[in-house]
Design a protein around this ligand. Structure first.
Ligand code: GTP
Ligand code: ZN
Length: 334
């Protein structure tokens, strides 16, 4: 595949923009320094306008901001920690400028599809990726789940499976598929309490993804009672002009935040590598040091060291390897 390949890590490493870099503009003494820039948290993005939460004198205010030209092509996404200059009062019709994007601790990336080489970060700095899937109605789409897990592992997020509509069936078959990965799973239904899930989300930033109809909006509304997310496909079918499809950050009443992602229905993995997945599993990565160069660690790689490791150990190793290889296959399926 010809063309520019986006460096999968450039978003993490190169995101802090230094003013005057590359000397493209003469530096002058009048060039403003950003020492006085105000820190903020991006809670939503809509057509180039960012909503940024800033700590004001009387508590948090929401400031509308746009990217400063000096940020170049670096995008700002929900969850980004930024620094602002200009009018940060949050008053109507004011606009601030984002001059710094702080380095990201994690990134949730996607490509539009596997053949589209444009990769974009959609959420920054979330600790947990909550993959919401129904046990039935709609039937779980395991390909989507595999891709979510890969996106989590390669972006530095901890995945958590949230199995909704537990009243409609047993999650056991689904859990067995991922058992070897030690991914935490919590079953919920709209008629039972969220006592198991809520503590996992407390005091951290979690991003929720799920395919249409799994009950994600129903869940978000229960977690954040004033979120008013539309459920049951209402008003989402027509995608009205004012329907934002970008990620939105919401405060949990007990502390912590969830980022809802109505726009994400798939994960392309064009720029993800088996090595990105492997890196998330310390024990497997250690064993795979003995693999031949260029080993993709699939069942078709003749001398993959993971085969001997699984064959020489307890059955749980075989299960772990099988689960891992399903993820690697999701990366390889282009
Ligand atoms: N049986 C059952 N149905 C549920 C449960 N939770 C949600 N539903 C129903 O599933 C349908 C989809 O719920 P939503 O919350 O809108 O799902 P969503 O994931 O936001 O999907 P979209 O609306 O397409 O974005 C609705 O008809 C809900 O009433 C549950 O725990 N059990
Ligand atoms: Zn290997």
């Amino acid at each position: 595949m010809a063309g520019r390949k986006f460096d999968a890590r450039s978003d993490e490493d190169d995101v802090r923009v230094r003013p005057g870099r590359r000397g493209s503009r003469p530096r002058t003494r009048t060039r403003p320094s950003h020492d006085d820039a105000v820190p903020g948290l991006v809670v939503g993005v809509d057509r180039g306008r960012m909503t940024v939460r800033v700590e004001g004198d009387d508590g948090p205010v929401e400031v509308t901001a746009m990217r400063a030209r000096e940020l170049g092509k670096h995008g700002v996404v929900t969850g980004d920690r930024v620094r602002l200059v200009g009018d940060t009062s949050g008053r109507v019709d004011t606009l601030a400028r984002i001059v710094v994007i702080e380095p990201r601790t994690t990134v949730l990336r996607r490509t539009a599809d596997d053949t589209d080489p444009t990769e974009r970060v959609v959420v920054a700095n979330a600790e947990l990726l909550v993959v919401v899937t129904a046990v039935a109605d709609p039937e779980p789409h395991t390909g989507f789940l595999d891709r979510c897990l890969v996106a989590a592992f390669s972006g530095g997020l901890t995945p958590l499976l949230c199995l909704t509509k537990a009243d409609l069936g047993s999650p056991d078959r689904l859990l067995a598929r991922y058992a070897g990965l030690e991914v935490e799973a919590i079953a919920v239904s709209r008629d039972t309490d969220l006592d198991e899930l809520a503590p996992r989300l407390a005091d951290r930033v979690s991003v929720l993804v799920g395919q249409s109809g799994v009950g994600k909006s129903t869940l978000v509304n229960r977690l954040v009672p004033d979120a008013a997310r539309a459920t049951g496909g209402v008003s989402k079918v027509g995608k009205g002009r004012h329907t934002s499809s970008s990620a939105v950050l919401l405060d949990l009443p007990g502390g912590g935040m969830v980022i809802d992602t109505p726009g994400i229905r798939s994960f392309g993995l064009a720029d993800t590598d088996p090595a990105d997945v492997l890196a998330a599993f310390d024990d497997l990565a250690e064993v795979a040091r003995d693999c031949p160069p260029l080993c993709a660690h699939t069942a078709d790689d003749p001398d993959c060291a993971l085969d001997d490791w699984a064959a020489d150990g307890p059955a749980a190793r075989g299960e772990r390897l099988a689960s891992f290889r399903r993820l690697v296959a999701a990366v390889g399926a282009r």
